[in-house]
Design a binder for this molecule. Structure first.
Ligand SMILES: Cc1cc2nc3c(=O)[nH]c(=O)nc-3n(C[C@H](O)[C@H](O)[C@H](O)COP(=O)(O)OP(=O)(O)OC[C@H]3O[C@@H](n4cnc5c(N)ncnc54)[C@H](O)[C@@H]3O)c2cc1C
Length: 417
């Protein structure tokens, strides 16, 4: 996709979307789909250049909180029907997904699966025999129990993000890279546009989809958003020969018993992440190089589930910034007290899979005054001040799958789950 850098900035728009990650790109696309084609999507770097392009990009609907599960469920058909709905290829591969848990969490898994089935998620409990049929290379505990989703898998994070931006552009949106919004302009208490070094864009509607960076644009307006920036990473390994090759050669797995998640990556690699291994991030724009210590830990934890990974050659990794809210759930809705300003931030490490539906919900909110794709009221920015943070029946995380120093600090702040 060719995107103009810093040039051709319009002086006005119906809607300005700040941040060209998967969330902002999906919103611009969904707005244009609803007929709001005078949309300007601005990114200070490159489309998909931060968290979105570096995501693990697991696509699943298993959540211990049903509000989140509803959004993830509404997003899934967008991945499944991407060529017809968006155009091109987002690399979605329906490998099937297993949510695995430690023995003490089995009752919670059972009750979460029952709740998920009630809201229409295609999931079921599977025991050792069925898991063995799905993927014989897994090491299983006595009485192993997992939740299986046949429709889930993973996508290509950069292709998805840039695919949304390209589709938005085809529908008439303006997509610009290298344009940083330095200020949200207001008049008479409501939004009137954005300021950039390349000029102002007048607009009655501004939507922030720029992760942790949003906090510094909001504070001059008197809005304090509690977002903690955290660095998350994934490691790649040569797929062991005992696992099938191919994009769907292995199940996509979140393994809470060992604190890791795994999926196929391309034809012959395996991607591994660690749910608890996150590091505080002081400089939002800093890039941390792939960390060999992380790769070692990831290999060790993943090999507890797939023993063949113990000797798999390391093929590097990548990382990106997460924007974590106090209840580790996203913030969606109108900003308090500033008409015309909307927020879609605080994805807390799970924004990729939900982005297509977040885009639809935010577009509906702006156009119709109400989201119809999924209920987003629970994610309203004011919930913290109202004393109504979100919760769910979470699974425990083992302490051996994390950097001990970061784990203690971040879990004490409630930032890991
Ligand atoms: C290693 C890793 C693994 C992950 N695994 C998964 C997973 O398996 N499944 C899942 O669902 N999620 C996963 N996530 C989380 C997911 O990738 C993020 O939640 C999602 O990409 C966030 O998208 P975003 O658009 O909100 O943010 P970003 O992609 O960070 O985009 C924000 C954009 O805003 C731009 N910006 C900032 N300030 C300004 C400004 N002032 N003006 C203009 N532009 C600005 C930035 O340049 C950036 O491009 C993972 C993340 C990481 C890092």
């Amino acid at each position: 996709m060719s995107i103009e850098r810093g040039s051709a900035l319009p002086s006005s728009a119906d809607v300005v979307v700040v941040g060209g990650g998967v969330v902002g790109a999906a919103i611009a696309f969904q707005l244009a789909r609803l007929g709001v084609t005078d949309v300007v999507l601005l990114d200070k770097g490159e489309i998909g250049g931060r968290a979105s392009g570096r995501s693990g990009a697991l696509v699943r609907t298993h959540y211990p909180n049903m509000d989140e599960a509803r959004v993830a469920l509404a997003a899934l058909p967008w991945f499944e029907e991407w060529p017809d709905r968006v155009g091109g290829d987002c690399g979605f591969t329906a490998t099937g997904f297993l949510q695995m848990v430690a023995e003490p969490d089995r009752p919670t898994l059972r009750s979460n699966v029952a709740l998920l089935q009630k809201i229409g998620v295609d999931t079921r409990l599977v025991g050792a025999d069925q898991i063995n049929e799905l993927q014989p290379q897994l090491r299983l505990a006595d009485g192993e129990l997992a939740a299986y989703e046949p429709r889930s898998g993973y996508a290509d994070p950069l292709a998805t993000t840039r695919g949304f931006a390209s589709a938005a552009r085809r529908l008439g949106a303006t997509v610009l890279e290298g344009v940083e919004v330095s200020e949200i302009m207001t008049a008479g208490g409501r939004v009137r546009g954005v300021r950039t070094a390349a000029g102002d864009v007048d607009s009655p509607v501004v939507l922030l989809a720029n992760g942790s960076w949003s906090a510094s644009l909001l504070s001059p307006l008197g809005i304090q958003l509690d977002l903690t920036p955290i660095w998350a990473q994934v490691a790649f390994f040569a797929r062991p020969p005992s696992l099938p090759a191919g994009r769907a050669g292995q199940l996509t797995i979140i393994d809470r018993a060992h604190g890791c998640y795994l999926r196929a990556d391309g034809e012959d690699r395996t991607l591994v992440g660690l749910s608890g291994s996150r590091r505080p991030l002081e400089d939002l724009d800093a890039d941390h190089p792939a960390d060999p210590k992380f790769a070692e830990l990831a290999r060790r934890q993943a090999a507890l589930r797939i023993p063949a990974l113990a000797d798999a050659p390391s093929l590097g990794g990548r990382g990106g910034p997460l924007d974590v809210t106090p209840d580790r759930r996203m913030v969606l809705g109108p900003a308090p007290d500033v008409p015309g300003l909307y927020l879609a931030v605080g994805m807390s490490g799970g924004g990729f899979k939900k982005a297509p539906a977040i885009g639809a919900c935010m577009a509906e909110l702006i156009v119709d005054g109400k989201a119809s794709t999924a209920p987003i009221e629970p994610f309203r920015p004011t919930r913290f001040a109202e004393g109504e943070p979100l919760s769910g029946a979470e699974y425990t995380l083992p302490s051996d799958g994390v950097y001990p120093e970061a784990f203690d600090e971040l879990s004490a702040q409630g930032l890991i789950h």
